[in-house]
Ligand binder design. Structure first.
Ligand code: HEM
Length: 396
């Protein structure tokens, strides 16, 4: 019997796609390391899991984010850890926050933000693209949406890091637990203050809209509002940073595509869509089985931890012809980077908007982007991206 694949081995992190392809071919649903999680790799099995929250519960997301040592866990009331019917109620209450009307209200200031960050980038010298552009842009957008002071944005990366690492804290590591509790208290303090201000003086912004939203007389409670804001801080930062990073990597690796898109910026959405398929920022999401079941030829016990590999489904050759080729002319968004079913990413239109406006501002200002060093990869099962992205922007 071949040894179990370790998805966190450095070689696999650097290029997981041949390993995913082998699993799709030989054992489409099987146990992998770390932890003997049940990996699901084929497009059809992935969509089947995500369409069936009764059998594949988001309790998996709750257990990963709400450990018992964290009193009052920040994500306890957030919809990403809920199953029906609780999930449906929350989703109905926040749905409009990222709908078409809200998006058209955001577009002008997101464009201004993208252009002002691009204008500060130095041409003709090596920079870390993440520090200089791909982290500040989503942080600026999220800070503005949540009404947080600009001076807090440098803290967001630490907040996100602490809030997403609860599941990897070792049982006796009380120092790390206290660090994370401190971060939760700090972030909760600032978010509660914004809520209190908007309750006193509502404005034309997302926080005020969410406080005022009523669906058949029902409203979000204070705890639900805070959980939602905590989740936005996490969901909208690293994911969008890596969408920008992967887009720039693809432009560097495919100079003809870069030339075509620079000459015709209306192709940017197609570029973004293919980056989302070819290099999705979210490679995996978690579910837990509520009963014994069969999937892809494997028998899963009740309570099995299921790792839904979106990164593999997006390269499934039975769904995407020449799946390992980067081609911006593929028809329509049939990819799975934002999940599927009831938990389909609420922020997908905003992520696409940020990527489009960010890339437009770079492509119209600089004549080319060149790599200035190797990429090292982060160590997370869910969000895959570079730790640093050394590049040089050539003047336009
Ligand atoms: C490229 C960027 C992004 C990617 C790849 C991404 C990916 C995902 C995925 C895969 C899910 C499904 C989780 C599950 O089924 O358990 C999800 C859910 C979610 N995302 Fe995103 N996301 C991105 C950006 C954003 C942004 C910018 C926001 C908000 C501002 C956001 C807010 C959310 C929310 C609220 C959910 C939970 C939806 C629910 O449970 O019903 N995401 N995202």
């Amino acid at each position: 019997m071949s040894p179990r694949l370790n998805l966190l081995a450095p070689g696999v992190r650097a290029n997981p796609y041949p390993h995913y392809a082998e699993l799709r071919r030989s054992s489409p649903v099987c146990q992998v390391d770390p932890g003997g999680l049940w990996a699901v790799t084929r497009f059809d099995d992935v969509t089947a899991v995500l369409k069936n929250p009764q059998l594949f519960s988001s309790e998996g997301m709750r257990r990963a984010t709400c450990p018992s040592w964290l009193e009052d866990p920040p994500f306890a009331h957030s919809m990403v850890v809920q199953d029906p019917p609780v999930h449906g109620r929350l989703r109905a209450l926040v749905g409009r926050a990222f709908g078409p009307t809200a998006l058209s209200r955001m577009e002008p200031w997101v464009r201004n933000l993208a252009e002002s960050f691009a204008a500060q980038l130095p041409a003709g010298q090596p920079i870390d693209f993440i520090d200089a552009f791909s982290r500040p842009l989503p942080a600026g957008v999220m800070g503005e949406l949540l009404g947080l002071d600009v001076s807090l944005q440098p803290r967001f990366a630490r907040w996100a890091d602490d809030l997403t690492s609860t599941s990897s804290v070792q049982p006796g590591d009380t120092r790390r637990m206290e660090q994370i509790r401190t971060t939760v208290r700090e972030a909760r303090g600032f978010l509660s203050e914004v809520l209190a201000q908007r309750r006193r003086r509502p404005g034309n912004d997302m926080v005020s809209d969410l406080i005022a939203t009523r669906v058949e007389g029902d409203a979000l409670t204070e705890a639900e509002l805070l959980s939602f804001f905590f989740m936005l801080l996490i969901a909208g930062l690293e994911t969008t940073t890596h969408l920008l990073n992967h887009s720039v990597r693809m432009l560097i690796e495919h100079p003809q595509v870069a030339e075509r898109v620079r000459a015709d910026l209306s192709l940017v959405p197609k570029l973004v869509e293919e980056v989302l398929r070819f290099e999705p920022p979210v490679h995996a999401i978690m579910r837990v089985t509520t009963a014994e079941t069969e999937l892809g030829g494997a028998r899963l016990p009740a309570g099995a931890w299921v790792l839904v590999l979106l990164g593999s489904a997006n390269r499934d050759e039975s769904r995407f012809p020449d799946a390992d080729q980067f081609r911006i002319d593929r028809p329509g968004p049939q990819n799975l980077p934002f999940g599927h079913g009831i938990h389909f990413c609420l922020g997908a239109p905003l992520a696409r908007l940020e990527a489009r406006l960010g890339l437009e501002s770079l492509l119209s200002r600089f004549s080319a982007i060149a790599s200035r060093g190797p990429v090292t990869w982060n160590l997370s099962l869910s969000v895959r991206g570079p730790r640093e992205l050394p590049v040089e922007l050539l003047p336009g």
